[in-house]
Design a protein around this ligand. Structure first.
Ligand SMILES: [Zn+2]
Length: 189
């Protein structure tokens, strides 16, 4: 398989594979990627300002989704920009959501698995430490809630539900468009 075929299967927009290494005994695949020619829009991770010139670059290594039985590591060239506001700052790369050694879609897969299985089960499935799974899941949930908050709440409904003599009324705030409850609270007297 040629490097451009690896590029197609990897599917990281704007990046191409320029070197690969397959270890059949260890069942590992290592891919070295860099920006495609023409992809020179660098974004400061501090303030979002755009640059075309890089200050320097470093290699970062992240675990990505497996390819069949092969555990996959991507070695990626990450640039730093000289930002007038933030100083020397690393560029923003969509596939690298944090400083942890995992790609975004790997973290998404772990986060998704955590929705329907225990941390221990997910840790076994991905061969990660339980503490690592918890950290990934937390970042996954934070990203999820950050994108949700951007959706403008067009119509909000407030209901009071009678919960019996002890609890009395519970206030429920919900999104009228989706019917999704957003907040519960007990009315204080
Ligand atoms: Zn900046």
């Amino acid at each position: 398989m040629r490097d451009n075929e690896f590029t197609k299967i990897l599917g990281w927009p704007g990046y191409r594979v320029y070197r690969h290494e397959i270890d059949e005994t260890a069942k590992t695949l290592r891919l070295w990627v860099r920006r495609k020619r023409g992809n020179r829009k660098l974004i400061c991770s501090g303030c979002g300002r755009k640059f075309t010139d890089a200050h320097d670059y470093n290699e970062r290594e992240v675990r990505d989704l497996p390819w069949g039985e092969y555990r996959t590591t991507v070695v990626i060239e990450v640039y730093r920009v000289c930002c007038p506001q933030c100083g020397i700052k690393v560029e923003k790369v969509p596939q690298l959501p944090s400083k942890a050694p995992f790609s975004k879609r790997f973290e998404d897969a772990v986060g998704l698995a955590c929705e329907s299985a225990s941390v221990r089960q997910v840790a076994r499935q991905f061969r990660l430490a339980a503490s690592t799974v918890r950290a990934i899941d937390l970042r996954y949930l934070q990203r999820w809630s950050a994108t949700r908050r951007k959706d403008r709440l067009e119509q909000m409904g407030v209901d009071e539900i009678y919960f019996g003599k002890q609890m009395k009324f519970i206030t429920v705030v919900s999104n009228l468009e989706t019917g999704e409850p957003l907040w519960f609270g007990q009315a204080t007297e």
